[in-house]
Design a protein around this ligand. Structure first.
Ligand SMILES: O=P(O)(O)O[C@H]1O[C@H](CO)[C@@H](O)[C@H]1O
Ligand SMILES: Nc1nc2[nH]cnc2c(=O)[nH]1
Length: 336
């Protein structure tokens, strides 16, 4: 005898008992309700509608997309001839809930290139599924974006990293992926990309090298590193044991974003450049005497202090990309 409610007579509806199911009457309406796979949250047509809204509303077709990290919204403030869309006014767009993420999409010109910048990203800990967090990347793609610039504020685990340093991301450890979560989970729409995308070399090497040269020219090479980022679900900052584990895995900086955006961008074949601004040093010693507790106020304050350097790095790199022929041309196929 089944011990579930359906057989104890409590539901009382025909078709609900195990015996009914055995007779082929099928599942109840309640039982038919299953969570929507992430990939079905924003079908291609909906993404296309949002992209059309932005392209028509701005009269521009951006080539470079920028995601501003916590406290790095000034990356969008330097855009000229800007058309600003508040997230609330964009159909089917989520809202930003985190301090330091204004919730505006800015389309305009930077160093001669047409760009679109998200002043405010969406995080898993806000309650959004990963596919919703990274949905704007697909919108960028359908707007015409070829290059994704993803920026973030992160804690430095590599003991050589100092507060205010910039780490150019050359790889990541996807902790949410280890736990079985992915923005691509669910049926795959091949109009975006393949079922099983490869992620080796996701971070464009030519762009990393150009950024290193720019760092030298800016005189900040000693504050610039190339390293591995890991995204955790947040909103808690890490325990010391977690930080030790991440360090053992080869992680240099830790945050709560970016990786799912990069996965979504690589799935639809965008070129990716990403960096972390190290806003705090993560202590991996229990008896560390310094006050090492991370907090969002400090993260924002450091980002504000370093926004000039971050803006210059992004501007100069965009100037170089703009000087290159658009991809698809023969010359572009051989370069970035
Ligand atoms: O990754 P971004 O959005 O830059 O923000 C980082 O800073 C916040 C914590 O202070 C978290 O949201 C973390 O991910
Ligand atoms: N997870 C995490 N995110 C951050 N964002 C800025 N600093 C940190 C940090 O130390 N840990």
């Amino acid at each position: 005898m089944c011990s579930r409610d359906c057989c104890s007579g409590q539901t009382g509806k025909p078709g609900n008992s195990c015996a009914d199911k055995k007779k082929g009457k099928g599942l109840s309406d309640e039982e038919k309700i299953v969570p929507t796979p992430q990939s079905l949250l924003y079908p291609y047509e909906v993404i296309q509608e949002i992209a059309d809204f932005i392209v028509k509303g701005s009269g521009m077709r951006p080539r470079i997309g920028i995601i501003c990290g916590s406290g790095l919204g000034s990356l969008a403030d330097i855009i000229q001839d800007a058309k600003v869309f508040e997230y609330e006014k964009i159909p089917n767009f989520p809202v930003s809930t985190v301090e330091g993420h204004a919730g505006k999409l800015v389309v305009g010109n930077l160093e001669g290139a047409c760009v679109m910048a998200m002043q405010g990203r969406f995080h898993f800990y806000e309650g959004y599924p990963l596919a919703k967090c990274s949905m704007p990347v697909r919108v960028m793609k359908l707007c015409g974006v070829e290059y994704l610039f993803a920026t973030n504020a992160a804690g430095g685990i590599n003991p050589k990293y100092m507060v205010g340093d910039i780490m150019l991301m050359h790889d990541h450890v996807n902790m949410l992926g280890f736990a079985g979560n992915s923005p691509l989970q669910g049926p795959n729409d091949p109009r975006f990309g393949p079922r099983f995308p490869a992620l080796v070399n996701s971070y464009n090497k030519d762009l990393i090298n150009k950024a290193l040269e720019i760092g030298k020219a800016m005189g900040i090479e000693s504050n610039m590193h190339v390293g591995v980022y890991s995204c955790l679900g947040g909103p808690t900052y890490e325990t010391i044991a977690e930080l030790k584990a991440l360090r053992l895995m080869g992680v240099d900086a830790v945050g709560m974003s970016t990786v799912h955006e990069v996965i979504t961008a690589r799935h639809c074949d965008m070129k990716v450049f990403a960096f972390s601004l190290i806003t705090n040093k993560c202590s991996i010693e229990y008896d560390d005497k310094r006050d090492q507790e991370a907090n969002h106020e400090e993260v924002m304050a450091v980002a504000k202090n370093r926004q000039k350097a971050c803006c210059e790095l992004v501007s100069r790199l965009i100037r170089e990309i703009h000087a290159m022929p658009p991809s698809g041309t023969q010359a572009a196929k051989t370069g970035v």
